[in-house]
Design a protein around this ligand. Structure first.
Ligand code: PAF
Length: 293
C-alpha cells in the first residue's frame, strides 16, 4: 500500500514515535518526505502548505500537535482549538497528505523537556520573542523533535510566521540538519485578513475590523516605496492609527528581511529588501501579520 502511494485519502494516522520511525525505516532511501508541522485546527492556509509540500516531496507527512512549550503562562494553550476529527476529514478531502502524525503530549514529552534549542537572542528575543518570552525556544525545540521523528527532506512553513520561518531555517543551517525549509506566501481571506486559527476568537465586530492590520501594513509599505520617509516615523504613525481604532499594538516594525535588524540609511539607499512586521491585539485576540517590501 505504501509503495502504491495513491493518496486516495489521508491513509495513515500515527500516534507513536516508534511507528513513524518504523515507517521512515521502510521508506529510507527511496522517498523524499515532505513535512508540514501544524498545531491543527486546519484552515486553507495549512492546506496550501500541504499542496506545496506535495509539489516538493513524496510522501507528504503532516503533524498536528499543540505544543505546550511555546505558550506562555497567560496564553491560550488550554483553549487553543483542538479539532482532530474535522482536521482529518479536511485532509481526506484534499488528498495531499499521506500520513498524519498526531502524537499526544506524553508521546512528545514523556519526561520534562530539560534540553531546549535556544535561538540566538538577536533573533529570538526581538519582536515576537520580546512579547512572548520563550516562544521561539518552544518552537525550535518541538520542530527539532518533530524533524527527528519524521526525518523529512523538505518542510514547509508559512510566511505569516515570518520570524519563526527565519529562526527554523537558521536552526537547520547551524545544526546542519538535512532538511530544506520552503516558505509559502501568507494565505488571506478576501478582505486581506491573514488566515490564522486564532481568527476564530474574534467577535463579528472584531472580524470586520481585523483586516485593518493588513491595510495598515500596505499603507506603510507604499510610504516606504515612495522613498524619503523615516521608517521609525512611519512605524509610529501606523501604530497610532491602529491605537486610535482601539487596537493594542505590541509592535509595528520595519526590518531587513535577511536578519530582521533595523535598516540603516545605507540599507535604504541600497534598496535593501525589507519587511514590515506587526502584532496587535483586537479585544482579547492577538493577531500578527507582515508584508515584504
Ligand atoms: O506554526 C505553528 O503552527 C507552530 O509554531 C509549529 C511550527 C507547528 C510548531 O509547534
Amino acid at each position: 500500500e505504501l509503495q502504491s502511494r495513491q493518496y486516495l485519502v489521508c491513509r495513515l494516522l500515527l500516534e507513536k514515535k516508534n511507528t513513524i520511525r518504523d515507517l521512515r525505516d521502510q521508506l529510507r532511501g527511496q522517498l523524499r518526505v515532505a513535512f508540514v508541522p501544524t498545531m491543527g485546527n486546519l484552515h486553507a492556509g495549512h492546506l496550501a502548505l500541504m499542496k506545496m509540500a506535495r509539489q516538493h516531496g513524496d510522501p507528504v507527512v503532516a503533524s498536528i500537535f499543540v505544543n505546550r512549550l511555546q505558550f506562555g503562562p497567560n496564553e491560550d494553550f488550554e483553549r487553543y482549538p483542538r479539532t482532530l476529527q474535522a482536521d482529518i476529514e479536511k485532509l481526506e478531502r484534499e488528498r495531499d497528505v499521506y500520513v498524519l502524525f498526531a502524537p499526544d503530549e506524553s508521546e512528545m514529552y514523556p519526561e520534562p523537556q530539560n534540553y531546549r534549542v535556544l535561538p540566538p537572542t538577536d533573533l529570538g528575543d526581538i519582536l515576537e520573542g520580546e512579547f512572548r518570552p520563550g516562544f521561539f525556544t518552544g518552537v525550535t525545540t518541538v520542530v527539532l523533535k518533530l524533524f527527528s521523528c519524521v526525518q523529512p527532506r523538505v518542510a514547509v512553513f508559512g510566511k505569516k510566521d515570518y520570524q519563526q520561518l527565519m529562526i527554523v531555517r537558521n536552526m537547520c543551517r547551524q545544526f546542519q540538519l538535512p532538511v530544506e525549509i520552503l516558505a509559502h506566501e501568507t494565505v488571506r481571506d478576501e478582505d486581506g485578513l491573514a488566515l490564522s486559527s486564532r481568527n476564530a476568537y474574534l467577535t463579528p465586530e472584531e472580524r470586520r475590523e481585523a483586516p485593518r492590520l493588513y491595510q495598515t501594513l500596505q499603507a506603510l509599505r507604499a510610504r516606504l516605496l515612495d522613498g524619503g520617509a523615516d521608517p521609525a516615523a512611519l512605524e509610529r504613525e501606523a501604530a497610532e492609527s491602529l491605537a486610535a481604532r482601539g487596537w493594542k499594538v505590541d509592535y509595528i516594525a520595519v526590518r531587513r528581511q535577511r536578519d530582521l535588524k533595523k535598516p540603516q540609511a545605507a540599507d535604504l539607499a541600497a534598496s535593501e529588501p525589507l519587511v514590515v512586521l506587526a502584532a496587535a491585539k483586537l479585544g482579547a485576540t492577538r493577531l500578527i501579520d507582515n508584508l515584504e517590501v
